[in-house]
Design a protein around this ligand. Sequence first.
Ligand SMILES: Cc1cc2nc3c(=O)[nH]c(=O)nc-3n(C[C@H](O)[C@H](O)[C@H](O)COP(=O)(O)OP(=O)(O)OC[C@H]3O[C@@H](n4cnc5c(N)ncnc54)[C@H](O)[C@@H]3O)c2cc1C
Length: 458
Amino acid sequence: MSAAEAIRAELVGLVGLAHVAPADDMRLLQDATEARRLPARADAWVRPGTPQEVAAVMAWCYENEVPLTPRGGGTGLAGGAVPLEGGVLLSLDRLTSVFALEPQWWRMHVGAGLSTAHVRRLASENGLLFPPDPGAMEQSQIGGNVATNAGGPHAFKYGVTGRWVSGLEVVLPPGRVVTLGGPLRKDVAGLDLTSLMVGSEGTLGIVTAVWLRLTPAPAARLPVAAAYRDVAAGVAAIESVLASGVVPAAIEFLDAGALAAARDVLPLALPREVGFLVLAECDGDASAVEFERGEVTEALAAGAVALHSPSDRESIAELWRWRAGISAAVAAQRGGKLSEDIAVPLERLREAIEGVVEIGERLGIPSCSFGHAGDGNLHAAFAFDPGSEVELRVAREGAHAVFALALELGGSVSGEHGVGSLKRDFVSRQLDPSLLELQRNIKRTIDPKGLLNPGKKL
Ligand SMILES: Cc1cc2nc3c(=O)[nH]c(=O)nc-3n(C[C@H](O)[C@H](O)[C@H](O)COP(=O)(O)OP(=O)(O)OC[C@H]3O[C@@H](n4cnc5c(N)ncnc54)[C@H](O)[C@@H]3O)c2cc1C
């Protein structure tokens, strides 16, 4: 019997024959960073059905010094769920219970494996909103969103996932189920371990259930799309929106390259000279939203060559569907793309957007950016042919230059996708060495054998 077969035989005793398999399917071993061809390998794929089974698997891994990598929906863009050191790949997809759905208290308690879209639908069916709206929400899981502290377009007004988490059930090394927080809306007893877990990318514990806060769903949402000749005019308009006193729910942008990739399916006709697009949205009480969109439109109008303000439900949905498809449209240009998610202070946004274009020109590879302008969060993308090693190498070089650019502008190498295995070296350039060591000490205290998602985050 091979070592991998021996591991699987042990795991069968913990979770049952039907829930242990060889980890030989590349779709399972990769996440949305597939184009980078990370050297993934695992000895076993296991799908526990309860937190206690998750704990039993972790305890076995701890006793036998076997690495353990948690996997949610596999939509991550940092290689976080890709097992690099063999061992056990643990999927949370069977933990989909809805333990409590309490609209009157604006909260729900769900298993970590429930998809983000399912969580949002449950809230919406009850007149409520779970605001985080990361792009791949049909596949991503709420546990994965917690582990990456995911954002999305509407994070500008509503904040990222962590703001909506009041409690977690987590399995900690060496295999112990603990509850952090809960349904309480306020709780400052002890250190905030719930927040420590949020965004820890599966390196400190495995999330098995989540208490989520909800908020009443806005009665209306009204977007406005404004087109500009260039980055300078578009960024100036975004600054005017920030000065308007209105808080839009979202302020998104596309530069010329992203617009060119997605132009053919854009649900509005634009003059040829357009090189930058802003998509903002106001939401809330119906009459207030009309007024607020008026204010935002006025702010965006200065320097705009076209404005589009749909009011009917279908046109609004069409505009957001188009926005959701931009990532795929950018990738479709050459078949693959490397997409990074740097964040910069708002006053450096223009430099960041122009800097990404300059990097692409210098390396001779198509580059562009789009994303969450209001949060200074850019998806900087380099398109390449997945069949070409040379193009992949150049795209990687571009991504590294983008990280350096972010740091030069006083920003972060990751605004929302996380560090995973891809940005580790750059985190050590971003963080003060003493603070990095403090974080490593926290990791050692919680996971002394370093078996939980090794090679990631720190
Ligand atoms: C088209 C597209 C659009 C996207 N748009 C956005 C966006 O707008 N905003 C954004 O923030 N992200 C976005 N993402 C990235 C991705 O969807 C998010 O990072 C998401 O939160 C990952 O969730 P997942 O369940 O797929 O996690 P996975 O990819 O499976 O895992 C991500 C990380 O979390 C860990 N993990 C997963 N589940 C658990 C758990 N239960 N306990 C502990 N650790 C766990 C993994 O080990 C890994 O480190 C996008 C991705 C794609 C492909």
